[in-house]
Ligand binder design. Structure first.
Ligand code: MLC
Ligand code: AMP
Length: 505
């Protein structure tokens, strides 16, 4: 058996390959349709191109491009050709890309045509052999070269444990770690979710998530492909356009910010949702208030689930049973989830502890970080998620906090340490502390508290402007507060809880 994930997905394609697999609107506002046959042939051309480059076994293909059908085809082609896909957030700037390329040492970098000017020198500096471009309007050197390739390709055989993708997740020390996901990690999770969420022929997924993270790339796309269902592909989340398209769809997945924004649309109501059978939320906590407002407005309950880059999906509220606000539901079939105290003993119901997980979906480790990998796994191979949780009487898990100092803003993770290191480098900054404060739209907002050097004057707008362009915009603090000193405990540790109390209102 070929354990290549693409072979599994392809087995789910419908018999009628002329049926529509994906529809989208191009930059000029024209509708575009891709049949299942188009998906197969276009990904074959790109896979042939990748094969022709004679990349070494296990080569990483790093990709920072805008969302487009061709970006999805590039992902599928990378799987087919047996290489390792490395997606990068389009918001990342030069310093961030420099780190990822230096750390992952990809054999090929694919970037947007408009970024080639600054990404090519970074790639060359790290001895990347090939740089190709891909625009969101079917332009760029990748497609030009692929057009000359045959449209048939025999998907390369892979073993279950062979690496399929590396997803970089932010690290507590400020350095991102590459989570290595195998073909089987992704395939096993996709199959479980297909049954758990009752994917069926005739479903239509309204796909409005970015495709450089687990949520949009794996959970959403794999679900539709494996079930042979059409996707309505939106380049960007636009609440008004989502409301317009909903009556043509049956499934939607989003981060809580997207649900908050949908509820701000007066036209978002039960009538707009008449064809919808499933709304799924994840990547960040969904406020019980949003859950309830959604139910009042539409008559349906959002299904909240919990996952991570390192593990894909872990728990889910039930499809048929009770979906409970403020919980992430039950462990998925085949996934072991435990909540343990500081001695590693299982917590009683209602008792808060660390969440640890084990299963076929759990990654094998961090790219070239054996020490970090060892630290994050227990002796019996459970992965320490860094999340804190508790069980209720019905076996539902709630996430009540994080052991890791992490901010989740609009579904994107930001590690304070990284932002503090950038702030501390700015002229006039003596030291800084970065915290997350409640935010109606993004859930949490990155907020900085800075102390000036003696004699220096700091200005909020100038500090924000100095960070923009250096780091991804979602990491830039929404507010910067200037204070004479940071509160510290007797050990000298900054008391972020006091800062949250003071600046969180
Ligand atoms: C955009 N901005 C953000 C932001 N997104 N700031 C903080 N947090 C975010 N998430 C900035 C913009 O750069 C801009 O700044 C300003 O906020 C307003 O931008 P916008 O036009 O409102 O943003 P928009 O493009 O609409 O993006 C919002 C969003 C997007 C919610 C659609 O953030 C998004 O797609 N989030 C989904 C993230 C996701 O897919 N996560 C899954 C991770 S996987 P300025 O200064 O330029 O005005 C994972 C595992 C799991 O966690 O369990 O799923
Ligand atoms: P990432 O590293 O981007 O994959 O983010 C994973 C983290 O997102 C998890 O460790 C959780 O902290 C958080 N997360 C994902 N889903 C949920 C959810 N439904 N509720 C609360 N937190 C979540």
């Amino acid at each position: 058996m070929n354990a290549n994930l693409y072979a599994l997905l392809e087995a789910g394609f419908p018999a009628d390959r002329s049926a529509c697999a994906l529809e989208t609107i191009d930059a000029q506002g024209r509708p575009l349709y891709y049949s299942w046959d188009d998906i197969d042939r276009a990904s074959a051309r790109i896979a042939n191109l990748l094969a022709s480059l004679k990349l070494p076994a296990g080569a990483r293909v790093a990709v920072q491009v805008e969302k487009s059908p061709e970006a999805l085809l590039l992902y599928l082609a990378t799987l087919r050709a047996g290489f390792v896909y490395l997606p990068l957030n389009t918001a990342y700037q030069a310093a961030e890309i420099d780190y990822f390329v230096g750390n992952a040492e990809p054999a090929l970098v694919v970037c947007a045509p408009g970024s080639a000017e600054w990404i090519t020198p970074i790639a060359k500096q790290h001895r990347v052999k090939h740089v190709l471009t891909l625009g969101d309007d079917r332009t760029g050197s990748l497609l030009d070269a692929a057009a000359r390739q045959p449209d048939r390709f025999r998907t390369v055989r892979r073993a279950p444990d062979d690496m399929a993708a590396i997803l970089y997740t932010s690290g507590t020390t400020g350095r991102s770690k590459g989570a290595m996901l195998s073909h089987d990690n992704l395939a096993s999770n996709a199959q479980v979710l297909k049954h758990y969420w009752r994917w069926r022929r005739g479903d239509v997924l309204l796909h409005a998530l970015p495709i450089f993270h687990v949520h949009g790339l794996f959970v959403a796309s794999h679900g539709a492909l494996l079930a042979g269902c059409k996707m309505i592909w939106m380049a960007k989340f636009d609440p008004r356009e989502v409301v317009r398209q909903l009556p043509r769809a049956t499934v939607f997945m989003g981060v809580p910010t997207m649900y908050v924004r949908l509820l701000d649309e007066p036209a978002f109501d039960a009538q707009a949702c008449r064809t919808m059978r499933l709304f799924i939320s994840g990547s960040a906590p969904l406020l019980p208030d949003t859950f309830r407002q959604f139910e009042q407005r539409t008559g349906t309950r959002i299904l909240e689930r919990y996952g991570m880059s390192e593990t894909v999906m872990l728990t889910s509220n039930p499809y048929d049973g009770n979906r409970v606000a403020g919980t992430v539901g039950l462990p998925l079939p085949g996934v072991e989830v435990r909540v343990v105290d500081e001695h590693g003993r299982p917590c009683a119901e209602g008792e808060i502890g660390a969440i640890q997980v084990r299963g076929p979906n759990v990654f094998s480790g961090y790219w070239r970080m054996p020490e970090k990998t060892r630290e994050e796994f227990t002796e019996d191979r459970f992965f320490r998620t860094g999340d804190m949780g508790k069980w209720d009487a019905n076996g539902y898990l709630s996430i009540v906090g994080r052991g890791k100092d992490l901010i989740i803003t609009g579904g994107y993770n930001v590690y304070p340490k990284e932002i503090e290191s950038y702030l501390d480098e700015l002229p006039g900054v003596f030291e800084s502390a970065v915290i997350g404060v409640p935010h109606r739209d993004f859930g949490e907002a990155v907020t900085a508290v800075v102390v000036p050097k003696p004699g220096a004057t700091l200005d909020e707008a100038q500090l924000i402007a100095a960070l923009k362009g250096r780091i991804a915009n979602f990491k830039v603090p929404k507010r910067v507060h200037v204070v004479p000193e940071l509160p510290r405990n007797q050990m000298g540790k900054v008391q972020k809880n006091l800062l949250r109390e003071r600046f969180g209102g």
